[in-house]
Write a protein that binds this ligand. Structure first.
Ligand SMILES: Cc1cc2nc3c(=O)[nH]c(=O)nc-3n(C[C@H](O)[C@H](O)[C@H](O)COP(=O)(O)OP(=O)(O)OC[C@H]3O[C@@H](n4cnc5c(N)ncnc54)[C@H](O)[C@@H]3O)c2cc1C
Length: 382
């Protein structure tokens, strides 16, 4: 990746996202976090500005952005509020399986009306019995004439209660394990589709998370994406695409932590001088800055690799894992720099720690990313 500069178009997208983040998201971040409020008016505005459906090509009504551009936007949004960002980018996660596995006819029929006005979508893979072992999902899709009948329960589904469309992974034949999984598009109004109650979460409290139950929900065979056994591969390829923006989200959280901590360190005095003049604080800030710079570079490198047409499994795992681990460390140090005030909800840094934690867990926990990275690494030595 020889050229680290953003194009004029990238910069104008960054400016748009920064202005929206500062003007519309940041002023409501603390209140939404405290109340666990889902600020639909902000999500609607994000849609109107073209900051949703970022990965959907313009021919289907999306923003048609490169992955690098998506990452630049996501970092800006997450700097203001990671929870709102999670709900905004959940559409990219839910729509990617349609882009990867859908026929041209399905893309036109599903994506064009969806992207034509404000809608939310949910990606439904995780189940109560486990998320990491995605090949072992228990939700069943029973073929019945020209339909499938879905039964089972998904959990931790972002935007679950608000989505008008679900991409759902279910097993057509459990004996085939991951090769028996299929992917489906399920419209909200389908009888038997039952979103559950909102989870009470530690962070990302402006986003919404729930179970989604399928109680003998009948969907036409035409709503299947790809062939019957393609579901697992579609899910994994989707996550290869969407892990990189999680690296950007984590970078945005960490950059916010530095911005708050550096400004505070110049104002707060101990022993007759600003704490920024104590070398111990300077070293913390320096370590934080190195982690953020490295996170951004890994994220951009991953986006660049995928934008060139490569799958980017290794790069996206590295970016997501490193940036989210770094964001946890950087947010923790920001709290330390704030001292006792850092522990108080009146100040913005404790939220950053709670928000950073999720980035280590969702879209594949970091233990799973390390398994992926080691597997890819060892291949080169076989
Ligand atoms: C707020 C939130 C939003 C989410 N949004 C969505 C969504 O929109 N759609 C969706 O489908 N899912 C979503 N998820 C689910 C998320 O992707 C899963 O929580 C995650 O993949 C981990 O699965 P699990 O929670 O079942 O943990 P488990 O799979 O039970 O794992 C528990 C622990 O064991 C570790 N572990 C598991 N297997 C191994 C192994 N082989 N070696 C080493 N360690 C291992 C894990 O890393 C983890 O630390 C969301 C989760 C949260 C919390």
């Amino acid at each position: 990746m020889p050229d680290f500069s953003l194009t004029e178009e990238d910069r104008s997208l960054q400016d748009l996202a920064r202005k929206f983040a500062k003007g519309d998201m940041a002023p409501h971040a603390a209140e939404c976090d405290r109340a666990g409020r889902f600020p639909e008016e902000i999500y609607r505005k994000a849609f109107e500005l073209g900051l949703m459906n970022l990965n959907v090509p313009t021919e289907y009504g999306g923003s048609g952005l490169t992955l690098l551009q998506q990452c630049v936007i996501v970092e800006e949004l997450a700097h203001a509020c990671a929870g709102m960002t999670t709900s905004i980018i959940a559409n990219c996660l839910a729509l990617e399986p349609i882009l990867l596995g859908g026929s041209e006819e399905q893309k036109r029929a599903i994506l064009t009306p969806f992207c034509g006005s404000y809608h939310l979508a949910s990606f439904c893979l995780t189940e109560p019995a486990g998320g990491s072992d995605a090949g072992a999902i228990a939700t069943r899709a029973r073929p019945d004439g020209d339909s499938y009948v879905l039964s089972g329960e998904k959990c931790f589904i972002t935007n679950g209660p608000h989505a008008s469309l679900y991409t759902v992974f279910a097993s057509v034949d459990p004996a085939l394990k991951h090769r028996g999984i299929a992917a489906f598009v399920v419209p909200r109004g389908t009888p038997g589709v039952v979103p559950g109650r909102e989870e009470e979460k530690m962070g990302h409290r402006a986003s919404s998370t729930s179970t989604v139950r399928f109680e003998e929900a009948r969907i036409p065979k035409g709503n299947r994406l790809g062939a019957e056994g393609d579901g697992f591969s579609i899910a994994m390829r989707t996550l290869d695409q969407t892990r990189t923006p999680i690296g950007a989200l984590a970078t945005g959280i960490a950059q916010a932590a530095i911005d708050h901590a550096a400004a505070y360190s110049l104002k707060r005095q101990t022993f007759g001088k600003p704490i920024a003049e104590h070398q111990a604080i300077q070293f913390k800030l320096a370590d934080m800055a190195m982690k953020v710079a490295a996170s951004r570079l890994l994220t951009w490198q991953s986006a660049w690799t995928i934008d060139r047409g490569e799958r980017g499994t290794l790069e996206s795992s590295m970016a997501k894992c490193f940036a989210s681990d770094s964001a946890m460390r950087v947010a923790d140090e920001a709290i330390q720099i704030f001292g006792g005030y850092g522990y108080m909800k009146d100040y913005p840094v404790e939220k950053l720690l709670r928000d950073a934690k999720l980035a280590q867990i969702y879209e594949g926990a970091n233990e799973i990313q390390r398994i992926v990275i080691a597997k890819q690494l060892l291949k080169a030595y076989e």
